[in-house]
Ligand binder design. Structure first.
Ligand code: NAP
Length: 515
């Protein structure tokens, strides 16, 4: 029988109600699970997290919480194969699962390690030194950081059902706040399985993690100023949440990670014979095909010197011709389907809009050869490469095709490359592929105000490079403008939204020992 997803709160798995939506296997179209329209009362979920989870977490020191995260990461690693099997149904190949599932557990482990090594065995965190405020030395001031008293609510996108939850959960937990997770409907079954394994381990204190497998109705209305709201998804939803009367009216701390038209720039110094040329092509093809391009950090715009544009197009097309699209469990398959037939329609629609200003040079959005599956029952798409020779054309800088799609944009000089990059209106990740450090420095300076993260790739660092699209827990993930204007990860900086900073004025003896 097809499982109906349940929500977890108040120490119980709870049934939802209303008409259930079938969630279909991305490759076969079979029903994987049913998603109820409504779940438990979100106000009661938040109240329980605040009343039970918050105090339990605040009773632990930062280091103790880090030790709990360490146990949890170890426990989840023991279930990797089970998670990977279900992840296949979202359309993920084993390589894609490594980004979401292994990457999510790895992020948890990084936060555990950082917490154990870098945070004190205390429940509040001094922030900066004591500042003398009187001539006699009896009165001073110091900032302290302590956990907010609410719940850390996270609303996630469909493309990272595991990493999306764990990368927000880990810093919130470490800071001392309980999490309430609302996964995107389409892939909620994988999030639910991971939460099941977490809860049944008994590793977390009661109330530290709740799960809402249903629509979001009522969730935002129940927020208070002590809660936080972390969102990942489209720019349109981010805007709706940011301007929600409760979020805006109660000054609920809000972080958005939205869509992003990321670019990769090939330096003018690079010729087809240089190793950087192959590195650029390889990275672009990787970003187009990993998770079938459904990564917020994927390269949507490939900026290449005009003189090399034909050579780059030929090399990328050659690689794409060898890309095997098919059932994600297939050993020889390079790229699985996008997450759903509806998502495939959205990508086709976006390619049609891009085609107003750019020409499709590889792939047919309407058809693709597929191995091990039926091309029509599954949400399969060919990788699509477009080319736009008009730097003033708007579509490549406005339309996000959230699939295996990228546009080549020739540029005529570094100033123009920087201008084109900025036309994305703010991005999560950019890369610069060059062997010339002066080119790299010029582009870093020009691109930094528009980017959350910049990767410089060349023959010297390629072997260890973590890649354009991979958000590292040690570094900021987020970007200005269109990318949502938020920041996540970045090592222990990620704890900040969950900690309230207060200036305390007192005698210096007290301030020296506030923890
Ligand atoms: P989406 O449609 O904006 O949905 C994201 C989440 O918001 C889902 O959980 C959705 O719930 C929920 N939601 C929608 N309307 C809501 C409302 N009025 N109130 C509360 N919650 C609401 O985005 P998506 O299609 O899942 O994800 C794809 C997009 O996410 C892409 O544009 C991609 O670029 C972006 N993304 C960004 C990042 C990043 O880190 N910056 C990472 C991944 C993806 P339902 O599913 O139940 O509708």
């Amino acid at each position: 029988m097809t499982p109906v997803l349940r929500s977890y709160t108040q120490d119980t798995w709870q049934d939802g109600g209303g008409p259930a939506k079938p969630l279909l296997d991305a490759a076969t179209g079979e029903t994987v699970a049913l998603l109820p329209a409504t779940g438990p009362d979100p106000a009661a979920m938040l109240a329980y997290a605040r009343r039970v989870g918050g105090p339990a977490l605040r009773a632990l020191t930062f280091r103790r919480r880090a030790a709990v995260l360490k146990d949890l990461a170890k426990h989840l690693r023991g279930h990797l194969e089970e998670f990977a099997e279900l992840s296949t149904r979202t359309g993920a190949t084993r390589r894609d699962t490594a980004v979401d599932v292994d990457g999510g557990i790895g992020t948890l482990a990084v936060y555990a390690g950082k917490g154990v090594r870098e945070l004190p065995d205390a429940t509040v965190l001094p922030d900066g030194d004591t500042e003398p405020l009187g001539r006699g030395g009896t009165f001073a001031g110091r900032h302290v950081l302590g956990p907010r008293l609410g719940a850390a609510v996270q609303i996630n996108a469909f493309n990272f059902p595991v990493w999306g939850m764990l990368e927000k959960f880990a810093p919130a937990f470490l800071a001392g706040m309980p999490s309430v997770v609302k996964p995107a409907g389409q892939t909620a079954y994988l999030t639910e399985l991971v939460v099941r394994r977490i809860i049944e381990s008994g590793i977390l204190p009661e109330g530290a993690l709740s799960l809402l497998c249903a629509g979001p109705a009522g969730l935002l209305d129940a927020l208070t100023a002590q809660d936080t709201l972390g969102f990942t998804g489209s720019a349109a939803t981010a805007l709706a949440l940011r301007t929600h009367p409760v979020v805006a009216g109660r000054s609920v701390p809000f972080n958005a990670e939205a869509d992003s038209l990321n670019c990769s720039v090939l330096g003018p110094d690079v010729t087809p014979d240089d190793p950087e040329f192959a590195l650029f092509v390889d990275q672009l093809v990787t970003e187009m095909t990993v998770k079938a391009g459904q990564k917020c950090t994927a390269i949507r715009r490939a900026l290449v010197p005009s003189a090399s544009a034909d050579a780059v197009a030929d090399a990328v097309m050659e690689r794409l011709r060898g890309t095997v699209v098919g059932h994600p469990a297939g050993e020889d398959v390079d790229m699985g389907p996008v997450v759903s037939l509806a998502q495939r329609d959205e990508v086709r629609d976006a390619v049609a809009r891009l085609s107003a200003d750019a020409k499709v040079v590889f792939g047919d959005p309407a058809r693709v050869d597929v191995t091990g599956a039926d091309a029509e029952r599954g949400a399969f798409l060919s990788p699509i490469l477009l080319r736009c020779d008009d730097p003033a054309a708007p579509a490549p800088h406005e339309v996000e095709a959230f699939g295996p799609v990228s546009t080549l944009l020739p540029y005529s000089g570094l100033d123009e490359a920087a201008e084109i990059a900025a036309r994305g209106g703010g991005s999560l990740a950019g890369s610069i592929v060059t062997a010339d450090d002066q080119v790299a420095r010029t582009l870093i300076t020009a691109l930094a105000p528009w980017h959350g993260r910049l990767l410089v790739l060349n023959r010297h660092d390629a072997a260890e490079s973590t890649g354009h699209g991979v958000a590292m827990p040690q570094l900021i993930h987020g970007g200005p403008g269109r990318a949502g204007g938020g920041e996540e990860l970045g090592g222990l900086r990620a704890l900040r939204p969950y900690l309230r900073r207060t200036a305390v004025q007192a005698h210096p003896g007290l301030l020296a020992d506030l923890a």
